[in-house]
Write a protein that binds this ligand. Structure first.
Ligand code: FAD
Length: 718
């Protein structure tokens, strides 16, 4: 017997980036959720710092603008290489972010601040109902198999121990400077609590019954271990130190991102950060080893070789130790540091979990599913994108809007990306860690054959450059599934967007030639018909759990065919069997599950607001008209023309219907018309959505989906 028992729809274990993203979705969708973490505080310094374009787009979609506004934006990458005379020279400068891939560029700010913005957003959106519960350690997890097919059951039981303040405090080596060298309880719950039996009177234990559990508990994931899942992959021998500090140096590119290869002393990645801080990723040629794990001959050797087989003794790695390695690599430039903010050391392990869930009731995400080197700036981003993918699906199922089959798409969509990431990281980290051929550009191409340990720096630059599109997170292409309508008729061979000459298959309809199905719906500026304000289309589709059907109505003024189509679509939307009516609970606003956004291509001033059928400017339960559903691809007064139709490859004489998922990915591209909506679009939704037309909406629990009584206006494109 346990003193306390409770029920919750979603229990999130771990409040790092992956867990906080899950909680953020739960807050937006009004789900009864809890998020627990074994540590008594969030991280205050260090760890991840790179934010990729897609992550920034997602933050914007949640209205979280702190990271972009407060971070250091990185514009340029410089490559430095041995000059063959004992020095270094700058071999190339390239833009840090692929031009035009996103409205944002790669930027950096430390993970602790990102977590703070998340926590603020979660508490505000959930109106204080969801908050990180710290010092909470799960000690057992059980799935009641007899209940997993019941939608309303709570089949997963997690026993949680509330830790006292001292036990939950993350321990550190050193003491003076914050570091990431050690954390209390790295996955060792069993050691401390497996023998503990909760009693009826011990109020530090709680048994939580959950519909779903999401394990976001990092690389040493306890949840993953409980599910019996072994990671697959390998560790490299290379040991890297990380230092966040203010540099004192004569190196000219210290405020650019730099990849520096020295001839024989290792490599450095320089990342300019906020407030004059710079992060250094420094290859450690020599590392202190734990004597207990070394052979006799290694113990007696005076050199602390990086290749020694003993376990790295991280307690003996200090900022001074890491700096000394950096000084050798920077030579002949001088470098010293002040204001050390954080440091750590790590060995690169490239691993992926072969399974990401158990019976679609317990999921794992983030570092619990994949680990790799941090230099490509992917871990935090990919971890958040995992649960950005999973969160809305869980919310749909918990809200009774969709069948649980959609949860299967989580692993299918995200695991492929994790493998792609490991492949990319494998190439990049070996080229970055390898010893370069000490040759100038013209000769460097042959370098890989110059001796087995030597790598070609030209090859390193090529892999780096090609990897930028992948690293941005903007070219992910989710496979055909319940949520991705990819008929073979629109399969198109295109040149691989990651560079090179290889052809890859994309699903591109001739109706919208720049809107591949499966990829994120890119943004373009449009102008509101009602107010003449410029907006980014992506800002009209915030992450609030809704589907969007974007109706590109074309240049319909004086075009009878397009005008008739608009009238037909309006009549369909008003009909009692329309997909909007079937998938929206009774009494909820008509746009609370699927929103229709109309973008036309006639001159704005040639059309009156009231010419548009009422279906496209719906009224809420108080009779207030929605003025933010109709836009035009036209010149704005102060922000120019967005040329949205051109950008998306849509003919203004024909138009297009684009179905966009709640996470902003394109599900389908179809011709305009009531037939399309009643036919393929309705069939698409029928496969996973639940007809809720007879169910009464609950405006109080599901406030974001159905209940907001404020008029919400979209943000402007400034
Ligand atoms: P974590 O951030 O590890 O969070 C896990 C959380 O779960 C923690 O709060 C932990 O306390 C908690 N927890 C663990 N076990 C339990 C348990 N049993 N019960 C309850 N709570 C538990 N990524 C990038 O994208 N860009 C970068 O530039 C970058 N640089 C990095 C630099 C360094 C030096 C390091 C170490 C990492 C870097 N990363 C980077 C990686 C990034 O930090 C991780 O990929 C990211 O934090 C993973 O997020 P997560 O939420 O999956 O796990």
């Amino acid at each position: 017997m346990v003193a306390q028992e409770s029920n919750v729809d979603v229990l999130i274990i771990g409040a790092g980036p992956a867990g906080l993203m899950t909680a953020n979705w739960m807050a937006r969708a009004g789900i009864n959720a809890r998020i627990i973490d074994k540590r008594s505080s969030k991280i205050f310094a260090g760890q991840a710092d790179g934010l990729e374009c897609r992550t920034l787009e997602v933050f914007r979609s949640f209205g979280i603008d702190g990271p972009w506004n407060s971070s250091n934006h990185m514009q340029e990458v410089c490559f430095w290489e041995p000059d063959g005379k004992g020095g270094l020279y700058r071999s190339a400068r390239i833009p840090d972010t692929v031009k035009g891939i996103s409205r944002f560029q790669q930027c950096v700010i430390h993970q602790g601040r990102i977590e703070s913005w998340f926590i603020e957003s979660i508490e505000k959106t959930s109106r204080g109902k969801i908050t990180v519960e710290r010092g909470m350690l799960p000690v057992s997890i059980e799935i009641d198999e007899s209940k997993i097919s019941e939608a309303s059951a709570y089949p997963v039981s997690v026993l949680i121990k509330k830790l006292d303040e001292d036990t939950a405090l993350p321990d550190q080596y050193g003491g003076k400077v914050a570091n990431g060298l050690f954390r209390a309880f790295e996955g060792d719950q069993e050691k401390y609590y497996s023998s503990v039996e909760p009693t009826e009177t011990d109020s530090s234990f709680e048994l939580v019954h959950a519909k779903y559990v999401v394990g976001c508990d990092g690389a040493h994931s306890w949840v993953r271990k409980q599910l019996g899942i072994e990671m697959e992959g390998e560790s490299t021998d290379y040991v890297w130190g990380v230092l966040d500090a203010v540099p004192l140096t004569d190196f000219p590119d210290i405020r650019h991102r730099c990849a520096i290869h020295s001839a024989d002393s290792g490599s450095i990645m320089v990342i300019p950060r906020e407030h004059g801080v710079v992060r250094f990723y420094i290859q450690l040629q020599e590392t202190p080893r734990d004597p207990e794990t070394q052979t006799e001959s290694e113990k007696s050797s005076s050199s602390a070789s990086a290749k020694s087989s003993g376990r790295v003794d991280r307690s003996r790695i200090t900022p001074e130790f890491i700096l000394a390695a950096a000084q050798k690599i920077f030579y002949p430039y001088k470098i010293d540091i002040r204001d050390v903010r954080w440091y750590t050391a790590y060995q690169i392990g490239q691993r992926v979990s072969p399974t990401w869930h158990k019976q679609l009731r317990v999921f794992i995400a983030g570092d619990a599913c994949h680990t790799h080197s941090p230099k490509a700036g992917q871990g935090m981003n990919t971890s958040m994108m995992d649960t950005f993918n999973l969160g809305w699906k869980l919310a749909h199922v918990c809200n009774g809007l969709a069948r649980s089959d959609i949860l299967e798409t989580y692993e299918d969509e995200r695991k492929k990306n994790a493998y792609d990431l490991i492949n990319f990281d494998y190439k990049l980290s070996r080229l970055f860690s390898g010893k370069p051929a000490v040759l100038k550009d013209s000769e460097s191409e042959q370098a890989s054959s110059v001796g087995s340990a030597r790598i070609s720096l030209q090859e390193f630059r090529r892999v780096f450059e090609m990897g930028k599109a992948f690293a941005s997170g903007c070219i992910i292409d989710y496979p055909s599934s319940l949520l991705e309508y990819k008929p073979k008729e629109i399969a198109t061979e295109v040149v691989d967007p990651e560079g090179g000459t290889a052809l890859v298959t994309k699903y591109i309809s001739p109706i919208a030639t720049n809107v591949p199905v499966g990829m994120r719906f890119d943004t373009a500026q449009v102008v509101s018909q009602s107010e003449a304000n410029p907006h980014f289309l992506s800002d009209l589709m915030p992450s609030d759990g809704r589907w969007r059907i974007v109706y590109f109505a074309g240049d319909f003024k004086d075009n009878m065919a397009l005008t008739d189509t608009m009238t037909d679509i309006a009549a369909y939307l008003d009909s009692k069997d329309s997909l909007i009516k079937r998938f929206t609970p009774q009494g909820a606003k008509s746009d609370s599950v699927i929103e229709i956004i109309l973008i036309h291509a006639s001159p704005r001033t040639a059309v009156e607001w009231t010419e548009f059928p009422q279906a496209f400017r719906p009224k809420d339960n108080y009779g207030r008209e929605d003025f933010w559903k109709i836009y035009v691809d036209d010149e704005s007064h102060h922000n120019g023309h967005g040329h949205a139709y051109k950008k998306y490859g849509i003919d203004p004489k024909k138009g297009a219907l684009i179905v966009v998922r709640p996470d902003g990915y394109v599900s389908a591209v179809l011709p305009i018309g009531a037939d399309s909506l009643a036919g393929p679009v309705a069939e698409f939704f029928n496969k996973f959505m639940i007809d809720v037309s007879t169910r009464k909406a609950d405006p109080f629990e599901r406030w974001d989906l159905y209940g907001s009584d404020e008029v919400v206006q979209p943000v402007l494109a400034l």
